[in-house]
Design a protein around this ligand. Sequence first.
Ligand SMILES: O=C(O)CCC(=O)C(=O)O
Ligand SMILES: [Fe+2]
Length: 278
Amino acid sequence: MLEAIDYISDNAAQEFAHSLKEIGFAVLKNHPLQKAQVTHLYQQWQGFYNSAAKFDYAFNKDRQDGFFSTEKAETAKGASVKDIKEYFHFYPWGQCPENLKADTLKYYQQANQLACTLLSWVEQYTPAHITDKLSEPLSNMIVDSDMTMLRILHYPPFVGNEAQGAIRAAAHEDINLLTILPAATQSGLQVQDKNGNWLDVPAEFGYLIINTGDMLQEACEYYYPSTTHRVVNPTGEATTKSRISMPLFLHARPDVVLSERYTAGRYLKQRLKELGVE
Ligand SMILES: O=C(O)CCC(=O)C(=O)O
Ligand SMILES: [Fe+2]
């Protein structure tokens, strides 16, 4: 599969931007996120999903913070059945169980900082004929943004009553600018290459997955493609196991003009409607 880019090497920024341009995602090694911290968060959130208290945090339609049950989960654009998952949208200003707040916020801040650095790498290596047309520099679009979101996903063990044709996460593209995704507790993530083939993404913590979202694609007039990805169903022994994952979605301020067609706020609203969660 794809070669990992060394986060601490001299040409990391250039290689990173190149990878996003060519395939819409990149794999980083020697990245600054801590395995012990992420593993601990996975365990804590597993506890949340195991408890009925999760239903006390039902998401708010306008703000989109809180818990989305398997019954409320999104249906990927173009798909006919809901994904087999439940998830929680964490924003620093939003709902969060008290016992999870401090650790989740700490991780959010670190991942957000990394995402900001990576966006500045993208900015540095985007050609002038693209950056000239931006309404403001990319790194400016996220200044004072409170829309960046940490999604904690739980894909439950299979029990046999899963809807026909449903998968853990149907093929989709992310809505935001950049997504930062550490390895999940189980494999299953796949990305689609230019020829339509599905490639397994390494599920080892040392490899951090970053992908372009639709907002970066829109702002840069498709110079950076937003990659289609999905999470396939487990087989064998793994069907009895939960899968936890935790993407951070870097979002622009709602007032940012992405293109002639969209501000970030309007774009997000339209996409949420398509997912059936708005
Ligand atoms: O669970 C994963 O590994 C990926 C989740 C994902 O793609 C998403 O929530 O947008
Ligand atoms: Fe995604």
